[in-house]
Design a protein around this ligand. Sequence first.
Ligand code: ATP
Ligand code: MG
Length: 252
Amino acid sequence: MSETLLKIENLSVSFSGFHAVSEVDLSVERGKIHVIIGPNGAGKSTLMDLITGKTKPTEGKILYNGTDIAGKDPGMIASKYKIGRKFQGPNVFDNMTVYENIEIALKGYTSIRKAFTYRRTEKVKEKIKKILNQIQLYDQRDMMATELAHGQRQWLEIGMVIAQSPELIILDEPAAGMTDVETYKTGEMVKQLAGKHTLIVIEHDMDFVEQIADTVTVLHQGKVLAEGSFAEVKKNPEVVRVYLQDENGEGF
Ligand SMILES: Nc1ncnc2c1ncn2[C@@H]1O[C@H](COP(=O)(O)OP(=O)(O)OP(=O)(O)O)[C@@H](O)[C@H]1O
Ligand SMILES: [Mg+2]
């Protein structure tokens, strides 16, 4: 039986009259991988900005475990409601090792007192090791973040999100710029996170979407165009027309 973790109702935001997200209804089931696809400018990242509190909606509800978190402070959404996000761009500390990057994410910045009383205890070490293994960077733990390949950097960022023990993980284009092998590995990594975590993933790579998605929602011009399994969505004529069609008019 499935259970809803996130229920978005009639959510809209406009920027000086432009409707970036418009009357969106969306349900995300606990422990599942929910993928959001759609053309550039469809409102995918903006929808994530609304969930994480970066942007305040003009209308609508974001029910998270039954509580409306719409318009709440981003820090509170991250720490109290345990929603973690990996952004479209890089966020790692270049002048630190892989290990230190995970450690700093694990520590969090919740208080100065916490920072002073922090100890690298056995429990902490075990947790860092577990995360390094999950993101397949245990052997690279003493490398500086700058020395990592592009794909490995993206995994480090996923590790930094996991370190914050989120219930819901939001990944905005985690496979962007990756090789096919890296993309596949990322998919397997994401699938291992499901169950314990719930994931919302934005992606353009359809092989990757097929690999990971339990449910796919297609956004177009700020609205939900279609929703279903990957197999259902990819043969939806509207979806093919606005998004999946290549320059020869062929479907995916
Ligand atoms: N803070 C803002 N102020 C004004 N316009 C914005 C703001 N944020 C987003 N937009 C606009 O809203 C639209 C949706 O942008 P968004 O970044 O959500 O698209 P996207 O689906 O993530 O696209 P992509 O696939 O290119 O990442 C775009 O036209 C963008 O310019
Ligand atoms: Mg985006």
